[in-house]
Design a protein around this ligand. Structure first.
Ligand code: UFG
Length: 317
């Protein structure tokens, strides 16, 4: 099967490229490298260094393709609050272009990177796919708008699609040519920031007065390799038409302090920290109910917080 991976030079996309090509998929990449890294592209793959906003780039990338894994997009909550129009243009308008081009090219299968941010502040935890979707920031709103667009496309144009709602993705993957990992600039994610913490630049703990057992936010971390494997399983379910939505997490929550403790165990050293005010837009607790993915994708995460911390640490060395 020939798969187009949009955003294939980014953190998750580049690891998907690597795992899928080693499993025998033919892989093409479409990425403008605005936040990704062209040096992650393995030799021998078709790489269109282009944009979702340029129809000719998408058409070129779709040639001979059977299915699309759509990772490309803007993904920072804070940035989306400052630049909502950028998120609308790249995420929503870009995906509209992609869906139109797929229709013209008769590519009828898609797996989309949606987000737990579509749910907003949950009323019940763990969060099920049937929960209300009331995003609290423009990033989540764009992911939800795309989910709705894909549902419409599956009804009107027979698209067969899955949206995977990621919780907190972490960890790294060792390819033959070296580690593939998070290389965001600036880095906003907790685990890399904890592992880079120094006495002069300690990791900040955003809020210590949340209504949680230790006062810090609780999140559901899932290893990037488990996450990519869920995409491959989702791809296998794409027969007929329709649009299914699955949460991807581990089903277990860890507080910020618990993540720091796991990092201290992995490094054998105390991690310097600085108690700081709450970060805008953060809900107190986000934990996934993953029973739907377990049942219908036959998927289960196999790597825990220890592996996520250890792999991230190794990828930095
Ligand atoms: N945190 C800190 N210090 C830091 C970084 C993060 O205390 O330096 C805290 C945050 O306040 C939060 C937790 O650690 O409570 C996790 O924060 P991340 O920035 O690592 O991840 P988010 O939960 O903010 O967001 C991630 C993705 C989003 C996605 C969301 C869904 O980045 O795209 O998970 O759960 F929408």
């Amino acid at each position: 099967m020939h798969v187009l991976i949009t955003g294939g030079t980014g953190y998750i996309g580049s690891i998907a490229v690597e795992i899928m090509r080693t499993q025998g998929f033919e892989v093409s990449i479409l990425d403008d490298c605005s936040t990704g890294h062209a040096d992650s592209v393995p030799t021998g793959l078709r790489f269109v260094a282009g944009s979702l906003l340029v129809r000719a780039d998408i058409d070129q990338a779709l040639e001979g393709v059977d299915a699309v894994l759509h990772f490309a997009g803007k993904s920072l909550v804070g940035e989306s609050v400052e630049k909502p129009e950028l998120y609308q243009r790249i995420n929503v308008d870009g995906t509209r272009n992609l869906l139109d081009a797929m229709k013209s090219a008769h590519v009828m299968k898609m797996v989309f990177s949606s987000s737990a941010a579509t749910y907003g502040e949950p009323k019940e935890v763990p969060i099920r796919e049937s929960a209300a979707t009331l995003p609290t920031n423009p990033y989540g709103a764009t992911k939800l708008a795309i989910d709705h667009m894909i549902t419409a496309e599956s009804k009107t144009h027979h698209l067969s699609a899955v949206s995977l709602r990621y919780f907190n993705v972490a960890g790294a993957h060792k390819a033959e040519r070296g580690w593939l990992s998070e290389r965001h600039n600036p880095e906003t994610h907790l685990i890399p920031n904890v592992l880079r913490s120094t006495p002069n630049n300690p990791v900040r703990i955003f809020g210590t007065d949340w209504q949680t057992p230790d006062g810090t936010c609780i999140r559901d971390y899932v290893h990037v390799v488990d996450l990519v494997n869920a995409h491959i399983k989702a791809l296998e379910t794409l027969t007929g038409t329709g649009h299914e939505i699955y949460n991807l997490g581990s089903g277990t929550g860890y507080s910020v302090r618990q993540v720091i403790a796991a990092a201290e165990k992995a490094t054998g050293q105390a991690i310097p920290t600085q108690d700081s005010p709450r970060r805008d837009g953060d809900p107190a607790v986000l934990v996934a109910d993953i029973s739907r993915a377990k049942q219908y994708l036959q998927w289960e995460p196999s790597l825990g917080i220890e592996e996520m911390v250890a792999d991230t640490l190794q990828s930095f060395q």
